[in-house]
Every structure is written in structure tokens, then in C-alpha cells.
Design a protein around this ligand. Structure first.
Ligand SMILES: [Zn+2]
Ligand SMILES: [Zn+2]
Length: 180
């Protein structure tokens, strides 16, 4: 199964996040996808109301996100967030967020945009399954913490290889931040 998204998605997200990024605050968004012929097409970038810090970002008013997804019959194909001053990786809190997406949809991905990372400005990740998924399923900690190793000794998460970029895929941005 594969996920297709527009090449412009990350750039346009970074543009919407610019003010937060310059204030060293994270920004997050949700990838809404339609499903056709065995492929998820990311057609909608939802920017929820949110609380960002330098190292985390929490969506609020989650019912508004679900309303957009269900109105347009979209699958939550993952999420995107910035690391304004950190490198490109998934923190322990990010791993828990990604776990909740992968429980809903095994193909879901986490995109991290890290403009100050000297080696890569963005990455697309997923938890290894079953390795990382098992670790997260059994973890009840919150906040920043360390995770046990996977049973098979492999990594908890990996760079995603099932995401392909298309130049002309149309997508829509739904920015819920300013709405009442
Ligand atoms: Zn993060
Ligand atoms: Zn944990």
C-alpha cells in the first residue's frame, strides 16, 4: 500500500508555520487522504488549533479535525510537524502521537520538518511493525522519556519508503487556527 502526496505540501506547510518557527515554536498539521485503487492520496492538509512549545505541539479542539475528515470522507494518513531548532527525528512524545495514527491506519506517516538540521531538512517516518508498535503499545509514560529496546533488536522507527511525491497532485489547506 502506498501514500502519494504533493511535492509542495512540506513547503506550503513551512510557509504556514513561518511565524511560529521564527519564534521557536513547533507547528503541527494533519494529513487527510482519500483512498483509490490501493493508494492513499494526501488531498488535504488540516492545521488544527494548537499549543506549541519549542519541543512539542499539541492539537486542541480535536473534534474540529474529525469533522473535516468525516465531512470529506478522508482518512487520517498521518501528521506533519516542525522542529524549529531541533534536528530531524521523532521524540518520545512524537512516537506516542505516531502510534495513535498507526493504530488508526497502518500506512500513516509522520513528517518532520527541521529547517535548522544541517543534514536533512525533513524526514518521513513510521514506527516499525511489530517492533516499535509493541514497545509503544506497552508504554504508559508521558512527557519526554526513554523507551525499551524492541524485542527483535531493531529500531523503534524507520524512514518511510512507501511515500511517493507527485508534482501535480492537488491538495487543499484547511487552517482551523483563526476560526471561532
Ligand atoms: Zn517532534
Ligand atoms: Zn513511551
Amino acid at each position: 500500500m502506498c501514500v502519494l502526496q504533493s511535492v509542495r505540501l512540506t513547503d506550503e506547510f513551512m510557509e504556514l508555520a513561518k511565524e511560529n518557527t521564527s519564534n521557536n515554536l513547533e507547528t503541527c498539521g494533519i494529513l487527510g487522504a482519500s483512498f483509490r485503487d490501493g493508494t492513499y492520496y494526501v488531498t488535504t492538509l488540516i492545521i488544527p488549533k494548537q499549543e506549541g512549545t519549542a519541543h512539542s505541539c499539541q492539537a486542541s479542539n480535536e473534534e474540529e479535525i474529525h469533522a473535516v475528515l468525516s465531512e470529506q470522507s478522508l482518512y487520517p494518513a498521518g501528521w506533519i510537524h516542525t522542529h524549529p531548532s531541533q534536528t530531524c527525528f521523532l521524540s518520545s512524545i512524537d512516537l506516542h502521537t505516531q502510534f495513535s495514527y498507526q493504530v488508526m491506519l497502518p500506512e500513516a506517516v509522520a513528517i518532520v520538518a527541521a529547517p535548522t538540521d544541517p543534514t536533512r531538512s525533513y524526514g518521513i517516518f513510521r514506527l516499525t511493525d511489530p517492533g516499535g508498535m509493541d514497545v509503544l503499545r506497552e508504554c504508559s509514560e508521558s512527557g519526554f522519556h526513554t523507551h525499551r529496546e524492541t524485542t527483535d533488536g531493531g529500531p523503534i522507527y524507520e524512514t518511510c519508503t512507501n511515500v511517493h511525491f507527485k508534482p501535480n497532485l492537488r491538495f487543499e489547506i484547511v487552517d482551523l487556527r483563526s476560526g471561532a
